[in-house]
Design a protein around this ligand. Structure first.
Ligand code: SF4
Ligand code: SF4
Length: 147
């Protein structure tokens, strides 16, 4: 089943609004630093904040992710954090049909007709294929720790 049959981003930007959730792993930080031609320390100081012991991308004054631009979208699209690459295939949505149902209401990119069974089996495969599964609960996003 092609990914487009399950999810196709409409670039509405809703998932880039709101504080929290964009946890960045050490690998994400290295990738962002290379993309922005900065040191990891500078990326952390300029674009990140600590939340519950983990590092996350911070928001701008407009309430959107600091990398989000109203007309251009994600300013680090090619190198965006794993959680942004993985959405909507987060653990909650893979494990819980009601969570997927809420995600469908929130994100217009998820095919409203896809069954939870198809979504979950495709999503697990997608995360593995794209090397997006996390293994370190102390430094990586819980949403990407899947079986
Ligand atoms: S909410 Fe869904 S459709 Fe909108 S930008 Fe995010 S992933 Fe794309
Ligand atoms: S890094 Fe990009 S895709 Fe992720 S929340 Fe920020 S603007 Fe959105």
């Amino acid at each position: 089943m092609p990914v487009d049959a399950i999810f196709q981003c409409h670039k509405c930007g809703q998932c880039c609004e709101g504080r929290g959730g964009i946890i960045v792993s050490p690998a994400d930080l290295e990738r962002l630093a290379s993309h922005l031609s900065m040191s990891v320390e500078k990326v952390k100081a300029q674009y990140c904040e600590l939340c519950g012991g983990k590092i996350q991308i911070r928001c701008g004054d407009d309430g959107f992710c600091i990398f989000f631009h109203k007309t251009k979208g994600c300013g680090v699209h090619e190198r965006k954090p794993a959680v942004c690459q993985a959405w909507p295939f987060f653990r909650g949505n893979l494990e819980d049909p009601s969570s997927l149902s809420m995600a469908k209401d929130f994100c217009p990119g998820i095919n409203p007709d896809v069954t939870h069974e198809n979504f979950a089996s495709f999503g697990r495969e997608y995360l593995r294929e794209h090397n997006l599964v996390s293994h370190d609960a102390s430094r990586e996003a819980n949403a990407l720790i899947v079986e």
